[in-house]
Structure formats: C-alpha cells, structure tokens
Design a binder for this molecule. Structure first.
Ligand code: GUN
Length: 312
C-alpha cells in the first residue's frame, strides 16, 4: 500500500509554449506515466529474477459500455507493459447482483490474484456500493473500499484512488510547491474531489484546500485566489481565463466527449478548462488528453505492485 507522504525526485522536462499573454509549461502526463511504468517493470523483473511471482491484476467488466471497454483494455495493456499478469472476467449486463458478488468472493479467495477491480459504472440493477464493500480491502487496488478511504483520510498507508494519486504524483514530479498554497478543487466526487482534498491537506503536502461544487456561491472568487486549481467538475471548458490568477498551476481532470466534425470518429475529448484561453496565464497546465488521464492507469499499476509486495 502506498504511503501517501512518500517523495520522489525525478524531474520531468518542461516543454515551454508561448501563448498570447505569456509563457507556460505543459505537464506531460503521457511521458511521466511511461517513465513510471518503466520503473514498475524494472522492479517486477527484479522480483521475478529473485524468485518472486509477477503481480496479477484481475478486472471484472459487466456489459458493453464503450468507455468501460476502452478503459479496461487500456488497463490490460498497461499490465503487459509493466510485466504483470492480468485476467479479464467479462459478463453480460443481465448478470445478477448475487452472481457478481459470488465472482467478487472468488477473487477475494484466489491466491493467484493480488488485486482486482470491478469496472464502473455497473448496470442499474446492481448496487455499486454493495459490490465495492464486498471486495477484500487488501485487494482493492482502486482504493474505493471504505476501509481504504478511511485509512487514507487519517494518513495511514492505504490504496489511494488512482486519479487523485496520479495528480499528486504529477505535482511532485514537476516540483510544484504545495506547502501553504491555496488549492481549489472543483468537484466533490468520491473518486476524485473528496480524496483529492484529503491528499492536498495532509502533512507533507500541506496545501490550504477549498472544495467548490455545483452549489458553491463564491466559486469564481475562490478560483481567482488559487495557486493551484484542480478541475474535476465534469463540465467542458468550465474554467475560463477570468477565473485564473496569473502564474497558477492548473490540473484538468475533465474528459467529456464533445462532437467534433473535423475528427474521423466525430468527437474529441474536452477538459473542464478552456485550455486556449487559460494556458497563457498559467505557470503549469495539464493538457486533455495527455495530462491526468495516462497517470490514472499507471497509478492502478503502482497499487497492484504494492498489493503483490504486501502479499509476498
Ligand atoms: N470507471 C471510471 N473510472 C474508474 C476507475 O478508476 N475504476 C473503476 N473500477 N471503474 C471506473
């Protein structure tokens, strides 16, 4: 399990770009994730050379949601890149809750499996929370089980949900100063906003954190004062230039598919930040795609390696 206070010293190259009002640097999630996956693979090969076993991740996919299919196949590919074994368990969307809980119980008891995920969303007739709570928290590499959420919240070693963990890793690898800085988080989801707020305020990170959401009255004013904005509100191009303090660091978690006739597939991914207008004001900004997204799967790999090491 990761100790969320750990530090890293790897420095990423900063590609500087010039916008209309200034120079900003891109936080390159794609190359950072590739570097981390290479580090993980090296460690795995060391473990195997010393007689240990390869980490083994299983994924349960129920139904045929397009986004979920893509995410899960990317996770399986990342396992190959990291030298892990993987197992994909696929079910039709008429799978009963009882049958899914039985599959979870089998994976909990399977000694070959170090960690597993149940890809969300699940069909409406299945209670997601019940399924999450049925996962053995020691194999919950998504970090969604209440035991992991609670342990993380009080600073104990825990599996931390991959997106906030990846964002923290990007801030560390790009040497973003967080101590005493004002960090505004847009969005209060269980997967991103809430755990992100806990991580940013914990000892060693030490930011002053404000969480804004759809009912916040002073969202714009809060953003205007922020040194770091983490946008996870799910509204395309929500963060505009007049909401950003010059020199701020902007992390964009949004990935909404918006229609785009110029693309063969008819859509493109749009973040929560109006990138072209905001980027020239910032010191650092994550692009969409290629920012936070690639880090998420790579943090799942890191959690799986941790799970395997603990079990060994
Ligand atoms: N659906 C969207 N993101 C995630 C994730 O990180 N884990 C799981 N299990 N399902 C998801």
């Amino acid at each position: 399990m990761s100790n969320t206070n750990s530090n890293t010293t790897t420095r990423q190259p900063l590609p500087s770009l010039t916008g209309e009002s200034g120079t900003f640097s891109l936080i390159d999630g794609k190359s950072t994730a590739a570097a981390i996956k290479a580090e993980i693979k090296q460690e795995v090969e060391r473990i195997v050379a010393a007689g240990g076993k390869r980490p083994h991740l299983a994924a349960i996919l129920v139904g045929h949601d397009g986004g979920s299919e893509t995410y899960v196949s990317n996770k399986v590919r990342a396992c190959e890149e990291c030298g892990f074994e993987s197992r994909l368990l696929r079910f039709e969307d008429d799978l009963s809750e009882e049958a899914l809980l039985a599959e979870v119980a089998k994976l909990n008891a399977d000694d070959n499996i170090d960690g597993f995920i149940v890809q969300l969303p699940l069909p409406r007739h299945i209670d997601e929370q019940k399924v999450i709570e049925a996962i053995d928290y020691r194999k919950d590499v998504d970090g969604f089980h209440p035991i992991n959420v609670g342990r993380m919240a009080i600073g104990l070693p825990a599996f931390v949900s991959a997106t906030p963990k990846g964002i923290l890793e990007l801030l560390r690898r790009y040497h973003v100063e967080t101590a005493g800085k004002k960090c505004v988080i847009l969005g209060r989801s269980n997967i991103v906003g809430k755990p992100m707020s806990q991580l940013m305020m914990q000892k060693g990170v030490d930011a002053t954190v404000t969480v804004c959401h759809s009912r916040s009255k002073t969202l714009k004013e809060e953003c205007q004062q922020a040194d770091i904005i983490i946008a996870a509100i799910g509204q395309p191009a929500f963060v505009k230039a007049d909401m950003v303090k010059p020199g701020a660091v902007i992390i964009d978690v949004g990935t909404t598919r918006v229609p785009d006739a110029s693309r063969a597939r008819g859509w493109r991914l749009q973040g929560d930040v109006d990138f072209d207008a905001v980027a020239p004001l910032c010191s650092l900004i994550t692009p969409v795609p290629g920012g936070v997204g690639p880090m998420t799967i790579c943090m799942l790999m890191q959690n799986t390696l941790e799970a395997a090491k603990r079990r060994a």
